[in-house]
Design a protein around this ligand. Structure first.
Ligand SMILES: Cc1ncc(COP(=O)(O)O)c(C=O)c1O
Length: 333
């Protein structure tokens, strides 16, 4: 494996971990070697989008150990997503156990310490019952698939230009924006493609009710740093609670920044000296500019800003076990 040059895509591995829910209980986790599963063509997941997923990473630690980053948070978020679309998700301990087993099964695919790469885990939950009426399934399949990954953006930690697409919303205030459900991502494909075609690798969504406040990027939360060292991130009912953002808020507070979650009017983008998009895949993607209609707001001098750069390295240092895990974020195998 060419560890240094991995991109963010699925690669063949030793297998996945699978559990099935039927009759009110989960089966024991088992190894799934195949990359395909038999599924009834009438399954709820296929027709009515009863599907949700998670994303987290396992790291080779500096001391030779293996760590999962905050898997219990992903377990809880999947329970929340599942509840929102009437599914049954594995309880927290079972979710974490399945993740552990997926990593143990794929130790040969875990990038070594020092490569900057990691093993991405993709827990997936689907409704499998064949149903013609729009009704919740009563049988579910849970799979933890994995892939070794490098940086999400091919240029790594370097600023990208973002676009606020006119004419598209990501999620309604009382919809499913807080849940990691498959349909949210289907709904974002068209605007993402259109933004890319216009030369913007990432798009930023405003709140669907008024189009006035910043919600989040397509697959990551919004962070803005002000000139007076404040870390601001939107408080909105239609964004995904990012686990990376939660960790970065803690690290920002540790380093003396004032941290606030509040509605951020898009008209106040100019107040930021640094803007970032944060999520598991990229940790932080520095944002060079945001284009909104015929207006372009730029942040900094085209290079990653000092605050987001420091937070990025602080979080990586914990994830790779280079500094003390002072917030108990690492679950060792
Ligand atoms: C819509 C959306 N927002 C934010 C995030 C970042 O969340 P996390 O930091 O938990 O990966 C993701 C990725 O999971 C996402 O898909």
């Amino acid at each position: 494996m060419d560890w240094q040059h991995l991109d963010f895509s699925f690669r063949p591995t030793a297998g996945s971990i699978r559990m099935d829910y039927a009759g009110g209980q989960w089966s024991a986790p088992e190894v799934l070697r195949d990359t395909t599963i038999p599924l009834h063509i009438g399954a709820q997941a296929l027709h009515y989008g009863q599907a949700c997923f998670e994303g987290l990473k396992a790291f080779s630690l500096q001391d030779g150990g293996v760590g999962l980053f905050r898997p219990e948070m992903n377990a809880r978020r999947m329970l929340h997503s599942a509840e929102r679309i009437c599914m049954v998700a594995p309880p927290e301990a079972l979710f974490v156990e399945a993740c552990r087993r997926a990593v143990e099964l794929n130790l040969a695919y875990l990038p070594p310490y020092g490569t900057g790469a990691s093993l991405y885990l993709r827990p997936l939950l689907i409704g499998t019952e064949p149903m013609l009426p729009v009704m919740p399934a009563s049988t579910f399949t849970f799979i933890v698939m994995v892939s070794p990954v490098g940086p999400y953006y091919k240029n790594g930690f370097s600023p990208v230009d973002a676009l606020i697409m006119e004419g598209y919303d990501r999620a309604a205030p009382r919809g499913t924006g807080q849940s990691k459900v498959a349909g949210n991502y289907a709904a974002s494909l068209k605007s993402t493609l259109e933004a890319k075609a216009r030369g913007f690798p990432i798009n930023l969504y405003l709140d669907a009710r008024e189009g006035k406040y910043i919600d989040e990027f397509g697959t990551s939360n919004f962070i803005g740093i002000t000139g007076d060292q404040r870390y601001l991130t939107p408080d909105s009912p239609s964004i995904l609670p990012s686990i990376t953002n939660d960790a970065l808020r803690q690290l920002a507070a540790d380093s003396g920044l004032s941290v606030s979650r509040e509605p951020i009017p898009v008209s106040r983008l100019e107040q930021f000296v640094e803007v970032g998009a944060c999520g598991t895949a990229a940790i932080i993607t520095p944002i060079a500019s945001v284009t909104h209609g015929d207006k372009k707001v730029t942040f900094g001098d085209g290079r990653p800003g000092p605050v987001l750069t420091r937070l990025y390295h602080d979080l990586q240092a914990i994830q790779f076990g280079e500094v003390a895990d002072r917030h108990a974020w690492i679950t060792r195998l």
